[in-house]
Design a protein around this ligand. Structure first.
Ligand code: PHE
Length: 443
């Protein structure tokens, strides 16, 4: 078996893991949730849950991954000492594969929208319209293209593929999002959007629906419980202080969600100022796919053609967000195939990307019945339940000495730190109880 890959620099890991975390969940899911869950009330609950629940679970994955230097199936098998761990690893691996199967379809749409504006700029109106008209043919072609992009990076390995592309793309992402926010802030109507975003409706802050949405959003956004962070953790050098790496990733991800809200919510109100409908018949803000693929494009339509750079920048931003996440999803089953089935990376990438593409195509051809179902099953059921199980693994089955040793690697003073004193206890009692409680309430 080939030697395991490793991130070559500290910043390389941070950008790759932040790239995994920062995705459509931040730029689309988060603002959508804000729009449909009482604005800043959702932001507040999200912040609390992200730090109090998601960050500790992120640390479980990073620590388990680095400790066992392996994919989730082997790592949890060793941790539990029996087949149950392996089964949980396999469920994680399947979950992330199904997440990729719908994510790639959406990723394909984003590519079509980006190309749509290029075609418009070139005066190719017919092609431009075809690109953004829902149809099987278009969906198939661009889902395939999205898989090709993802696989082309993953086949080059951890440092030469994932790390290299994340360090190239993520700084560009940060730059584009800042420029777009500044631009949107100068438009008419943006002020009202900022106000709507930043004024909480406290009356719904304890609404179980809101809290559950915030938990799901936090788990999805931090790429938790499906093995992604575990695998990335397994590529971190033992010399690194893993606690601070985890903080970096969590803070970047959470900040970018908040920042994306500063872009999308004001943009919706600018759209309204330009005559675009942003409330549906029931009086709720238009959200979910309507937000990304109807409200914002109508906004772009109202801009002059000289401003075509704006939608192109916007959808480029979305492509970067999507690809740096999809590579981290594909890496989970790929690492398993390489380590447990002795495949070369090239073969493993090709075979697995091809199999998940098949699932995507089945979804495309049964869109009405499968698309929503796969999203609900993976992100609302599987992810939180896996989160519950792995915090129980780490809290109750993992030898305390192993945990403490792993925290101390690369961080000799760890024993005096707050994390060291609180986290093992916290992950044992608080995390499982919180997740179980919320899950139970959501039923
Ligand atoms: N965190 C990614 C996003 O916000 C999605 C993701 C989920 C990535 C699970 C990897 C694993 O879009």
């Amino acid at each position: 078996m080939a030697a395991r890959g490793q991130f070559s620099t500290r910043i390389g890991f941070i950008l790759a893991a932040a790239g995994s975390a920062i995705g459509l969940g931040n730029v689309w899911g988060f603002p959508t949730n804000v729009a449909s869950n009482g604005g800043a009330a959702f932001v507040l609950v999200y912040l609390i849950l992200a730090f109090l629940l998601a960050y500790p679970v992120l640390m479980v994955e990073l620590l388990v991954g680095r400790h066992y230097q392996s994919n989730p199936v082997n790592a949890y098998r060793k941790l539990t000492g029996n087949i149950i761990g392996a089964i949980v690893g396999v469920i994680g691996l399947l979950t992330v594969s199904f997440i990729l199967s719908f994510y790639a379809i959406v990723g394909g749409w984003i590519v079509t929208w980006c190309l749509h504006y290029f075609a418009m700029a070139l005066g190719m109106t017919e092609a431009a319209n075809w690109l953004v008209t829902f149809g099987n043919m278009r969906n198939v072609i661009f889902t395939v293209i999205f898989f090709v992009l993802t696989a082309a990076i993953v086949r080059n390995g951890v440092s030469e593929g994932i790390e290299k592309w994340s360090t190239r793309l993520m700084p560009l992402f940060f730059l584009i999002i800042i420029l777009l926010i500044i631009y949107v802030a100068t438009l008419d109507g943006a002020g009202e959007g900022f106000r709507a975003y930043l004024t909480p409706d406290f009356s719904i802050i304890t609404d179980p629906e809101l809290i559950i949405n915030a938990m799901g959003q936090a788990f999805f956004s931090l790429s938790l419980a499906v093995g992604t962070m575990l695998v990335y953790g397994s590529y971190i050098s033992k010399k690194e202080n893993i606690v601070s790496l985890g903080i970096w990733v969590a803070v970047l991800d959470i900040s970018i969600a908040i920042v994306a809200g500063l872009l999308i919510i004001p943009a919706m109100y600018v759209a309204q100022a330009n005559g675009v409908q942003i409330y549906d018949e029931a009086g709720a803000l238009i959200s979910s796919d309507g937000l990304l693929f109807s409200v914002l494009p109508s906004l772009f339509e109202t801009m002059t053609s000289t401003a075509i750079i704006v939608p192109i920048a916007f959808f480029t931003l979305m492509i970067i967000a999507a690809v740096t996440s999809s590579i981290s999803m594909l890496e989970v089953p790929v690492s398993f195939a390489i380590e447990n089935h002795n495949l070369t990376r090239n073969k493993a990438t090709f075979l697995i990307a091809g199999s998940i593409l098949l699932i995507s195509l089945i979804i495309v051809f049964n869109f009405g019945s499968l698309f929503g179902l796969v999203i609900t099953a993976t992100t609302e059921w599987s992810q939180p339940l896996l989160g519950l199980v792995i915090s129980i693994f780490a809290g109750w089955l993992w030898h305390r000495n192993n945990i403490l040793e792993e925290i101390k690697e690369g961080n000799p003073d760890a024993a005096n730190g707050l994390f060291f004193k609180i986290w093992p206890w916290y992950i044992k009692f608080v995390c499982p109880a919180l997740i179980a409680l919320m899950f139970w309430r959501s039923l």
